[in-house]
Design a protein. Structure first.
Length: 188
């Protein structure tokens, strides 16, 4: 991706943020409600670290290193400010664009090294789940993740988050909770 393409991407995102930041647009579609939420988190993105195992004498255990805790705290603060009043009950689509600090001499136009996009996304999605954006992260049916360098002149590092939440009608949600058929096999 060229620098002009990155500028265009960021320009498009910036315009979207201007129109949608701190607003929830609710559209009535029959009995369903759809909400689109867009927000940013400023800071240096950190990937979710892997769980580590240890042994001390006859005891062993696991722990998660604290290297991403500061980043996850920043994400949690913004998530709490922008989260919907109740957790989503339907499907969720998430779009994440990570803006990473540009090295003095980048090897390529895009950041092809660490951190991995899947671990960057995991850190953000785990925080959003803990903050009550949805009931369970299995509701995420669409996930788009990108990592790009921040713009050279006055750019910022962080993540742009776009979330589409679909709330299902209560009857449909209850039916999905116990499967397509009722408890005794009759249609819901």
């Amino acid at each position: 991706m060229t620098e002009d393409q990155m500028r265009k991407l960021l320009s498009d995102k910036t315009e979207l943020i201007r129109r949608l930041e701190e607003k929830v647009k609710v559209l009535e579609k029959g009995n369903e409600k759809e909400a689109l939420v867009t927000f940013t988190v400023h800071g240096i993105p950190k990937a979710q670290p892997r769980v580590k195992a240890f042994t001390r004498g006859k005891h062993s255990g696991v722990y998660t290193p604290a290297v991403a805790d500061d980043w996850k705290t920043l994400v949690a603060l913004e998530c709490m400010r922008h989260r919907p009043p109740t957790p989503a009950t339907g499907y969720v689509a998430v779009d994440l664009t990570f803006l990473l600090p540009r090295p003095k001499r980048p090897k390529a136009d895009l950041p092809i090294g660490k951190p991995d996009v899947d671990n960057l996304a995991k850190a953000v999605l785990d925080v959003m789940t803990a903050c009550g954006w949805w009931r369970d992260d299995s509701q995420i049916t669409s996930l788009s993740v990108r990592k790009v360098y921040e713009l050279p002149e006055g750019g910022w590092s962080g993540v742009l988050v776009d979330v589409e939440l679909m709330d299902l009608p209560e009857r449909q949600h209850r039916a999905r909770g116990r499967g397509a058929l009722g408890l005794r096999g009759e249609e819901a």
